[in-house]
Design a protein around this ligand. Sequence first.
Ligand SMILES: *[C@@H]1O[C@H](CO)[C@@H](O)[C@H](O)[C@H]1NC(C)=O
Ligand SMILES: *[C@@H]1O[C@H](CO)[C@@H](O)[C@H](O)[C@H]1NC(C)=O
Ligand SMILES: *[C@@H]1O[C@H](CO)[C@@H](O)[C@H](O)[C@H]1NC(C)=O
Length: 241
Amino acid sequence: MRLSSIFLLCLAAALSSAFVVSHSHMWTKLILTHHWPSTFCSMEHCHPNISYWTLHGLWPNSGSFCNSSWHFNTSEIEDLLPDMEKSWPDLLKPASSGFWKYEWQKHGTCAAIADTLNSQHKYFSKGLELYHKVDLDSILKKFDIIPSEKYYTFSQIEGVIENFYGVKPKIQCAHPKNAGVQILGQVEICFNSDFTLLDCEKEFTLETISKGDWDIPMGVDKASGFSVCDHDTPVYYPPLP
Ligand SMILES: *[C@@H]1O[C@H](CO)[C@@H](O)[C@H](O)[C@H]1NC(C)=O
Ligand SMILES: *[C@@H]1O[C@H](CO)[C@@H](O)[C@H](O)[C@H]1NC(C)=O
Ligand SMILES: *[C@@H]1O[C@H](CO)[C@@H](O)[C@H](O)[C@H]1NC(C)=O
């Protein structure tokens, strides 16, 4: 083969791969988001009856609402429903599938660009699998971070998570005005596209989720829901009221 045709082939390959990447918004990181029902419900006025960390979402770091014609269909995840109800519950409307529909439309359709997540069943079952693997609730308990009336320091909580998983999580709190404390609300653990653990801070792309990490199905996107906890403010980890 002549050198010039090799060059042309390489150029074509480079162009087509560049096209695929920009066209499909391929993400580079998955964010497994957990929330603490007592804190979530204190902000959203629901009545928490769950005292374990529940799954909030599995979010690619790039893209949202990627395919509006790919409709959520509970029949496709029928076998997952018992676990979904327990591990990934809709805290606002426990009997509805609206939360899952929202998570699928906003994040799942974007995650689905990867072959490993290109169906509703693959997406939700991977979310559940990672949630059980991480098992945040047990790890916190095991290292004596338990809901209580006493306060923790931020580094106590961060230290347990970081030491155990070996990566940096993103830990978010609610910040009531003038309270002098912050309330533990959300923990994000991050993964590479091959589902290995990754520091949450590590960014590979410029395009990231910029709105607050807060999903409310059907509601307004509240950028102010949770934000990263302060290092120096005591942390309240509320038990069930
Ligand atoms: C919490 O309450 C909801 C609705 O009242 C119910 O469906 C659900 O099973 C309860 N969860 C637990 C863990 O008790
Ligand atoms: C969007 O979803 C529909 C329904 O699953 C599918 O047929 C179509 O190929 C998807 N479009 C893209 C751009 O992935
Ligand atoms: C939902 O999924 C089931 C099982 O895959 C399928 O039989 C059914 O036609 C789908 N419903 C809609 C509205 O797409």
